[in-house]
Design a protein around this ligand. Structure first.
Ligand code: CIR
Length: 256
Protein backbone atom coordinates (compact mmCIF):
# COMPACT_ATOMS: atom_id res chain seq x y z
CA UNK A 1 0.00 0.00 0.00
CA UNK A 2 1.40 3.39 -1.02
CA UNK A 3 0.31 6.39 0.98
CA UNK A 4 0.68 10.06 0.30
CA UNK A 5 0.11 12.69 2.99
CA UNK A 6 -0.73 16.13 1.65
CA UNK A 7 0.41 18.77 4.15
CA UNK A 8 0.78 22.53 4.06
CA UNK A 9 3.24 24.75 5.91
CA UNK A 10 1.99 26.74 8.90
CA UNK A 11 0.93 30.23 7.81
CA UNK A 12 2.94 33.06 9.39
CA UNK A 13 -0.52 34.54 10.09
CA UNK A 14 -1.66 31.56 12.20
CA UNK A 15 -2.16 33.98 15.12
CA UNK A 16 -5.22 35.34 13.22
CA UNK A 17 -6.86 31.90 12.90
CA UNK A 18 -10.57 31.30 13.29
CA UNK A 19 -11.55 30.44 16.87
CA UNK A 20 -14.94 29.16 18.02
CA UNK A 21 -14.65 27.37 21.35
CA UNK A 22 -11.30 28.56 22.69
CA UNK A 23 -10.10 31.94 23.89
CA UNK A 24 -7.28 33.38 21.81
CA UNK A 25 -3.84 32.60 23.23
CA UNK A 26 -0.55 33.61 21.62
CA UNK A 27 0.72 30.92 19.23
CA UNK A 28 4.50 30.56 19.07
CA UNK A 29 5.02 30.39 15.30
CA UNK A 30 8.52 28.84 15.43
CA UNK A 31 7.30 26.22 17.86
CA UNK A 32 4.21 25.50 15.77
CA UNK A 33 6.45 25.01 12.71
CA UNK A 34 8.80 22.71 14.66
CA UNK A 35 5.88 20.62 15.95
CA UNK A 36 4.40 20.43 12.45
CA UNK A 37 7.78 19.19 11.15
CA UNK A 38 7.70 16.55 13.89
CA UNK A 39 4.25 15.48 12.69
CA UNK A 40 5.47 15.25 9.10
CA UNK A 41 8.45 13.19 10.25
CA UNK A 42 6.13 10.69 11.97
CA UNK A 43 4.00 10.41 8.81
CA UNK A 44 7.17 9.79 6.77
CA UNK A 45 8.36 7.19 9.30
CA UNK A 46 4.99 5.44 8.87
CA UNK A 47 5.66 5.12 5.16
CA UNK A 48 3.82 8.15 3.78
CA UNK A 49 5.24 10.16 0.94
CA UNK A 50 4.81 13.61 2.48
CA UNK A 51 3.83 16.37 0.09
CA UNK A 52 4.74 19.80 1.46
CA UNK A 53 2.64 22.65 0.12
CA UNK A 54 3.67 26.25 0.76
CA UNK A 55 2.07 28.37 3.46
CA UNK A 56 -0.45 30.97 2.42
CA UNK A 57 -0.10 34.25 4.29
CA UNK A 58 -3.62 35.27 3.26
CA UNK A 59 -5.07 32.13 4.83
CA UNK A 60 -4.20 31.86 8.52
CA UNK A 61 -5.85 28.41 8.84
CA UNK A 62 -4.45 26.86 5.66
CA UNK A 63 -2.28 24.35 7.56
CA UNK A 64 -5.56 22.54 8.35
CA UNK A 65 -5.83 20.92 4.92
CA UNK A 66 -8.31 18.28 6.09
CA UNK A 67 -11.16 20.76 5.85
CA UNK A 68 -10.70 21.43 2.13
CA UNK A 69 -11.32 17.98 0.63
CA UNK A 70 -12.92 14.57 1.13
CA UNK A 71 -10.55 12.01 -0.33
CA UNK A 72 -12.13 8.72 -1.43
CA UNK A 73 -10.68 5.68 -3.23
CA UNK A 74 -10.80 7.09 -6.75
CA UNK A 75 -12.57 10.43 -6.27
CA UNK A 76 -12.08 13.60 -4.29
CA UNK A 77 -14.69 16.17 -3.33
CA UNK A 78 -13.43 19.71 -2.89
CA UNK A 79 -15.46 21.19 -0.06
CA UNK A 80 -17.10 24.55 0.47
CA UNK A 81 -15.71 25.41 3.94
CA UNK A 82 -18.05 26.90 6.51
CA UNK A 83 -15.78 29.81 7.47
CA UNK A 84 -15.77 32.43 4.68
CA UNK A 85 -12.15 33.29 5.55
CA UNK A 86 -11.15 29.73 4.53
CA UNK A 87 -12.93 29.33 1.17
CA UNK A 88 -9.88 30.26 -0.93
CA UNK A 89 -7.76 27.54 0.69
CA UNK A 90 -9.31 25.01 -1.66
CA UNK A 91 -7.67 26.39 -4.86
CA UNK A 92 -4.19 24.98 -4.26
CA UNK A 93 -5.56 21.70 -2.86
CA UNK A 94 -7.71 21.30 -5.97
CA UNK A 95 -4.67 21.79 -8.25
CA UNK A 96 -2.69 19.21 -6.31
CA UNK A 97 -5.44 16.58 -6.15
CA UNK A 98 -6.86 16.95 -9.68
CA UNK A 99 -4.16 14.77 -11.30
CA UNK A 100 -4.59 12.09 -8.62
CA UNK A 101 -8.37 11.57 -8.32
CA UNK A 102 -11.64 12.20 -10.24
CA UNK A 103 -12.46 15.62 -8.91
CA UNK A 104 -15.87 16.93 -7.84
CA UNK A 105 -16.53 20.35 -6.40
CA UNK A 106 -19.16 21.48 -3.91
CA UNK A 107 -20.78 24.66 -5.15
CA UNK A 108 -23.17 25.54 -2.34
CA UNK A 109 -25.25 27.13 -1.02
CA UNK A 110 -24.53 24.62 1.76
CA UNK A 111 -21.18 24.39 3.50
CA UNK A 112 -19.11 21.49 4.73
CA UNK A 113 -15.67 21.14 6.37
CA UNK A 114 -13.65 17.96 5.93
CA UNK A 115 -13.26 17.85 9.71
CA UNK A 116 -16.96 16.99 9.83
CA UNK A 117 -16.68 13.88 7.67
CA UNK A 118 -15.67 10.51 9.11
CA UNK A 119 -15.52 7.43 6.93
CA UNK A 120 -16.70 4.09 8.32
CA UNK A 121 -16.30 1.58 5.51
CA UNK A 122 -18.73 2.72 2.74
CA UNK A 123 -20.53 5.23 4.98
CA UNK A 124 -19.57 8.86 5.37
CA UNK A 125 -20.78 10.11 8.74
CA UNK A 126 -21.28 13.87 8.46
CA UNK A 127 -21.41 16.07 11.55
CA UNK A 128 -23.89 18.93 11.48
CA UNK A 129 -21.86 21.61 13.23
CA UNK A 130 -21.19 25.32 13.19
CA UNK A 131 -19.39 24.73 9.87
CA UNK A 132 -21.39 22.02 8.12
CA UNK A 133 -25.02 22.53 7.15
CA UNK A 134 -27.76 20.09 6.23
CA UNK A 135 -27.56 21.45 2.64
CA UNK A 136 -23.82 20.81 2.63
CA UNK A 137 -24.34 17.22 3.76
CA UNK A 138 -27.00 16.74 1.06
CA UNK A 139 -24.72 18.11 -1.64
CA UNK A 140 -21.97 15.73 -0.53
CA UNK A 141 -24.46 12.85 -0.64
CA UNK A 142 -25.46 13.74 -4.22
CA UNK A 143 -21.80 13.65 -5.24
CA UNK A 144 -20.71 10.46 -3.48
CA UNK A 145 -23.79 8.21 -3.66
CA UNK A 146 -23.25 7.43 -7.36
CA UNK A 147 -19.74 6.35 -6.31
CA UNK A 148 -21.01 3.72 -3.87
CA UNK A 149 -20.95 5.69 -0.61
CA UNK A 150 -23.86 6.53 1.64
CA UNK A 151 -24.07 9.62 3.84
CA UNK A 152 -25.70 9.87 7.23
CA UNK A 153 -25.71 12.88 9.51
CA UNK A 154 -25.21 13.28 13.25
CA UNK A 155 -25.45 16.40 15.37
CA UNK A 156 -22.32 17.74 17.02
CA UNK A 157 -22.41 20.18 19.93
CA UNK A 158 -19.80 21.71 22.20
CA UNK A 159 -16.89 21.37 19.79
CA UNK A 160 -15.79 22.57 16.37
CA UNK A 161 -16.09 19.49 14.16
CA UNK A 162 -17.38 15.92 14.20
CA UNK A 163 -13.79 14.70 14.30
CA UNK A 164 -13.15 16.76 17.46
CA UNK A 165 -15.80 14.48 19.00
CA UNK A 166 -15.18 11.12 17.33
CA UNK A 167 -12.63 9.44 15.05
CA UNK A 168 -12.30 5.95 13.62
CA UNK A 169 -9.44 4.13 15.33
CA UNK A 170 -10.00 0.65 13.92
CA UNK A 171 -11.99 -1.28 11.34
CA UNK A 172 -15.23 -1.01 13.31
CA UNK A 173 -14.10 0.98 16.33
CA UNK A 174 -14.35 4.67 17.22
CA UNK A 175 -12.83 6.89 19.90
CA UNK A 176 -15.51 9.26 21.17
CA UNK A 177 -16.39 12.00 23.64
CA UNK A 178 -20.03 11.32 24.68
CA UNK A 179 -20.50 14.96 25.76
CA UNK A 180 -20.05 16.18 22.16
CA UNK A 181 -21.70 13.47 20.07
CA UNK A 182 -24.33 10.90 21.02
CA UNK A 183 -22.78 7.40 21.27
CA UNK A 184 -26.18 5.98 20.25
CA UNK A 185 -25.42 7.26 16.74
CA UNK A 186 -22.69 4.58 16.55
CA UNK A 187 -24.70 1.50 17.44
CA UNK A 188 -23.09 -1.56 15.86
CA UNK A 189 -19.66 0.06 16.16
CA UNK A 190 -17.35 -0.56 19.08
CA UNK A 191 -16.94 2.65 21.08
CA UNK A 192 -13.97 3.67 23.24
CA UNK A 193 -14.76 6.75 25.30
CA UNK A 194 -12.06 9.34 25.98
CA UNK A 195 -10.87 9.67 29.56
CA UNK A 196 -13.34 12.08 31.24
CA UNK A 197 -10.47 14.37 32.25
CA UNK A 198 -9.49 14.79 28.57
CA UNK A 199 -12.51 16.07 26.59
CA UNK A 200 -10.42 17.04 23.55
CA UNK A 201 -8.85 13.58 23.25
CA UNK A 202 -11.10 12.02 20.58
CA UNK A 203 -9.08 13.21 17.59
CA UNK A 204 -6.68 10.46 16.47
CA UNK A 205 -5.21 10.02 13.00
CA UNK A 206 -5.16 6.43 11.78
CA UNK A 207 -2.32 5.61 9.39
CA UNK A 208 -2.46 1.90 8.58
CA UNK A 209 -2.50 0.14 11.97
CA UNK A 210 -0.93 3.04 13.86
CA UNK A 211 -2.62 5.96 15.59
CA UNK A 212 -0.85 9.31 15.41
CA UNK A 213 -1.97 10.99 18.59
CA UNK A 214 -1.39 14.20 20.61
CA UNK A 215 1.12 13.78 23.43
CA UNK A 216 -1.07 15.92 25.71
CA UNK A 217 -3.76 13.25 26.18
CA UNK A 218 -1.76 10.78 28.25
CA UNK A 219 -4.71 9.14 29.99
CA UNK A 220 -6.63 8.38 26.81
CA UNK A 221 -3.40 7.25 25.09
CA UNK A 222 -3.04 4.72 27.86
CA UNK A 223 -6.64 3.52 27.32
CA UNK A 224 -5.91 3.08 23.62
CA UNK A 225 -2.70 1.14 24.26
CA UNK A 226 -4.57 -1.03 26.73
CA UNK A 227 -7.04 -1.86 23.92
CA UNK A 228 -4.15 -3.01 21.75
CA UNK A 229 -3.50 0.11 19.66
CA UNK A 230 -0.07 1.14 18.44
CA UNK A 231 0.01 4.82 19.47
CA UNK A 232 2.67 7.23 18.16
CA UNK A 233 2.54 10.51 20.02
CA UNK A 234 3.32 13.91 18.55
CA UNK A 235 3.54 17.24 20.30
CA UNK A 236 0.67 19.21 18.80
CA UNK A 237 0.11 21.79 21.53
CA UNK A 238 0.64 24.99 19.49
CA UNK A 239 -1.85 24.19 16.72
CA UNK A 240 -4.28 22.92 19.38
CA UNK A 241 -4.52 26.61 20.44
CA UNK A 242 -5.93 27.20 16.92
CA UNK A 243 -8.47 24.39 17.49
CA UNK A 244 -6.55 22.07 15.18
CA UNK A 245 -5.95 18.39 15.92
CA UNK A 246 -3.86 15.66 14.32
CA UNK A 247 -6.36 14.72 11.61
CA UNK A 248 -6.64 18.35 10.48
CA UNK A 249 -3.05 18.71 9.26
CA UNK A 250 -3.05 16.14 6.47
CA UNK A 251 -5.05 14.52 3.70
CA UNK A 252 -4.07 10.89 3.36
CA UNK A 253 -4.29 9.37 -0.12
CA UNK A 254 -4.11 5.58 -0.19
CA UNK A 255 -2.92 3.93 -3.39
CA UNK A 256 -2.95 0.17 -4.04
C1 CIR B 1 -10.81 26.73 12.15
O1 CIR B 1 -11.51 27.21 13.05
O2 CIR B 1 -11.25 26.50 11.03
C2 CIR B 1 -9.36 26.42 12.48
N1 CIR B 1 -8.88 27.37 13.43
C3 CIR B 1 -9.21 25.01 13.01
C4 CIR B 1 -9.58 23.97 12.01
C5 CIR B 1 -9.32 22.60 12.51
N2 CIR B 1 -9.65 21.62 11.52
C6 CIR B 1 -10.17 20.44 11.76
O3 CIR B 1 -10.51 20.12 12.89
N3 CIR B 1 -10.38 19.65 10.74
Amino acid sequence: MNRMAVTRDVSPEIGRCELTHLDRKPIDYERAVAQHEGYRAVLAALGCEVLRLPAAADYPDSVFVEDTAIVLDTAVVITRPGAASRRGETDLIEQVLAPRRDLFRMTGPGTLDGGDVMRLERTLVVGLSGRTTEDGAQELARLVEPRGFRVRTVTVSGCLHLKSAVTAVGQNRVLLNPEWVDPAAFRGTEVIEVHPAEPAAANALRVGDTLVYPAAHVLTAELLRHRGHDVRVVDASELAKAEGGVTCCSLILEQE
